[in-house]
Design a protein around this ligand. Structure first.
Ligand code: GLP
Length: 243
């Protein structure tokens, strides 16, 4: 694993934007796996700024998002589709028909999982997958479990995840209980992983993921087996990382 130590969130976001921009510059038709959550917002601002400055071209890029809530109506302001449009897609020249997310409104969950997995395959796989991490070590929405999920799947969110994500909704009851997510296997097939971790509240998860045993009880720990992981983390998140 390659580690970039950032002094704070601004530095982390700048490093991450530079790394993703480099990927797109070197391979203009990259397939980029994207993530939601508050962590990548600074990176998305950085990418939008590079585009606005004329330094980055997204016209040949394709994106696939990690996950999407199940059951939110299309256009719901807390859907991950809406998040991606407002934080990135609507600010850059990424063709609107080249950015893909699971369809959270699809009634047939199994069919949607198969469709999304096949879509990623048909694109030739992911060149660079962006990841954040949940407090319980989840990546995408792959919650702690007894086994690693291989393909895109529909998961029931844990109480801890519902609580963490309720800040975006009026109450915890409004947080969708299920989500579609790329599987651990899907994520591990990406040729490169770019993981961002910020803040003292993620220090325990970071240490468990990268210094602890590889176990589906800590989903991010599987990344120890990936051949090309770049971790960009700030000092607060690295507080318990001792190797
Ligand atoms: C959600 C997303 C994850 C993200 C996590 C952490 O559960 N599905 O992809 O990594 O939240 O979010 P944050 O960056 O806001 O802490």
């Amino acid at each position: 694993m390659k580690l970039y130590r950032a002094s704070n969130y601004e530095a982390l976001s700048r490093i991450a934007a530079n790394l993703m921009a480099a990927q797109i510059t070197l391979k203009p038709d990259s397939v980029i796996g994207l993530a939601t959550g508050s962590t990548p917002i600074g990176l998305y601002d950085g990418l939008a700024a590079k585009y606005a400055a004329g330094d980055l071209d997204f016209s040949r890029v394709t994106t696939v998002n990690l996950d999407e809530y199940r059951g939110l109506p299309a256009g719901h302001e807390q859907s991950y589709s809406h998040f991606m449009h407002s934080h990135l897609f609507d600010r850059i020249n990424l063709p609107k028909d080249r950015c893909f997310l699971p369809d959270g409104t699809c009634a047939d969950a199994e069919a949607e999982c198969r469709r999304y997995e096949a879509l990623i395959e048909s694109l030739g796989g992911v060149d660079m997958q962006l990841l954040g991490i949940g407090h319980n070590g989840h990546i995408g929405f792959n919650e702690p479990a007894e086994a690693f999920a291989r393909d895109t799947n529909c998961v029931t969110l844990t109480r801890r995840t519902l609580e963490a994500n309720q800040r975006f909704f009026r109450s915890i009851d409004e947080v969708p209980k299920q989500a579609f997510t790329m599987g651990i296997g899907t994520i591990m097939k990406a040729r490169k992983i770019l993981m961002l971790i910020t803040g003292a509240d993620k220090a325990e998860a970071l240490a468990a993921a990268f210094c602890g045993p590889i176990t589906p009880a800590m989903p991010a720990s599987i990344l120890q087996l990936h051949p090309d992981v770049t971790l960009v983390a700030d000092e607060a998140a690295l507080a318990q990382y001792h190797v």
